[in-house]
Structure formats: structure tokens, C-alpha cells
Ligand binder design. Structure first.
Ligand SMILES: *[C@@H]1O[C@H](CO)[C@@H](O)[C@H](O)[C@H]1NC(C)=O
Length: 200
């Protein structure tokens, strides 16, 4: 008699204990499992936005289509480009920029030009094709060398010659108005003028 009462009490407590455990497990699952992807995404976005920083000497030449900049130096610089709709980075310096592999959303195109030299016709055409194909898909392009003025300015001026049908001199002046100090050598100036004469 005594033992059966004890047994019922024992079973009752066991049931309560099991139910309580189930509740604890449910709450844990809701707290830990469900919000995890959401939290990860939110934190990743916050970090990316905070880390994004404008690269040196960045400016648009044609808003949302083509920009020039100095060599990116930090992962946040690449993030800034991506956050501004830029999907293609054209490198004109001999070496690829540091940390370029930290941003898989950005495609790197390497057109090697020695410092203070001018691009060749083929290099200009290759550059303009990259810009044209990207812009057709609504994707922005950014171009850089070391400081973003000599080789970069030359390419940007050639872009204006083609896209706005400007003369070489007018294109050079327009790029210098937007980006002071652009197109640094006589050879680079002459290349823009020759490019205009070649395609007009
Ligand atoms: C940005 O442009 C200025 C002016 O030409 C230049 O002195 C500076 O070195 C450039 N910054 C970088 C990081 O290249």
C-alpha cells in the first residue's frame, strides 16, 4: 500500500521533470538554432558596412558607370566599391593591389602599364570593352593605377573620347576638371589625341 502511493508520487514527479526538460529544450532550440542564420547575416552586414571606406582619390567620371581611384590598400576599400555598384576593378599598375582577393563580388582585370607610360591602342580597346560590357549589364567599373592620375586619367580620357565623342584635348581638359592632376606626361596626352584621331 505504502509502496504503491510512493510509486504514483514518483511517477508524477518524473513526468513533471520530463515536461520541464522538454520545455527547456524547446526554448534552447528557439534561441540558438532559429535566429542563428539571421544573426549571422545581420552581424556580417554590419561589419561589412562599418569596414567599408572610400579608397583614396576615388571619384566617378560617369556616375554608376565608371570611376577612377588610387590603388586600393585595405579590404574596406573593395567593400566600398561593391557597396557602390562596382563589379569590375581594372588594375593598370604592374602589380595587383593588396587584398584584392578579399572581395569575391569584384572581378579584377589586369592591364599592365609601366608607371608614367601610356597605354597602347590594344590596351585602350580592351579597357573600353570591359567598361562597355559591364555597363550593358548595369554593372559599374573602377580603374586604378598607383595614385589614380597618370595611367588612370589617360584611360578615363579615352573613355570620354569614345562615349561623349569629345576631341582628345576636350577629353583631357574634362578629366582634369573632374580629377585635378590627371594625365601626367606628354606621351599620355599624345595617346589620347591619337586615339581620337584613330576612331573619329
Ligand atoms: C591622392 O592624390 C594626391 C594628389 O595628387 C596624391 O598626392 C596622393 O598620393 C594620392 N593618394 C594616394 C593614396 O595615392
Amino acid at each position: 500500500m505504502l509502496s504503491s502511493v510512493f510509486f504514483v508520487k514518483f511517477m508524477f514527479i518524473l513526468c513533471l521533470f520530463t515536461l520541464l526538460n522538454l520545455c527547456v529544450v524547446c526554448v534552447c532550440v528557439r534561441l540558438l538554432v532559429l535566429p542563428a542564420p539571421y544573426l549571422t547575416r545581420t552581424v556580417a552586414n554590419a561589419v561589412a558596412t562599418m569596414a567599408s571606406e572610400a579608397p583614396h582619390n576615388f571619384s566617378w567620371v560617369e556616375p554608376h558607370k565608371l570611376a577612377g581611384l588610387a590603388m586600393p590598400r585595405m579590404p574596406g576599400h573593395y567593400q566600398y566599391l561593391v557597396n557602390n555598384g562596382i563589379k569590375h576593378l581594372v588594375t593598370l599598375s604592374e602589380r595587383k593591389p593588396p587584398y584584392h582577393d578579399t572581395c569575391p563580388e569584384l572581378t579584377l582585370h589586369h592591364i599592365r602599364i609601366h608607371d608614367f607610360c601610356a597605354p597602347t591602342f590594344d590596351q585602350i580597346k580592351r579597357f573600353l570593352t570591359i567598361v562597355e560590357e559591364a555597363n550593358t549589364k548595369g554593372e559599374g567599373v573602377a580603374v586604378h593605377c598607383l595614385h589614380g592620375y597618370g595611367r588612370t586619367g589617360t584611360m578615363l580620357a579615352c573613355y570620354l573620347v569614345k562615349s561623349r565623342k569629345l576631341s582628345g584635348i576636350d577629353a583631357i581638359n574634362e578629366i582634369r576638371r573632374i580629377r585635378h592632376g590627371s594625365i601626367e606626361t606628354r606621351e599620355q596626352e599624345q595617346m589620347v589625341v591619337q586615339f581620337y584621331q584613330q576612331i573619329k
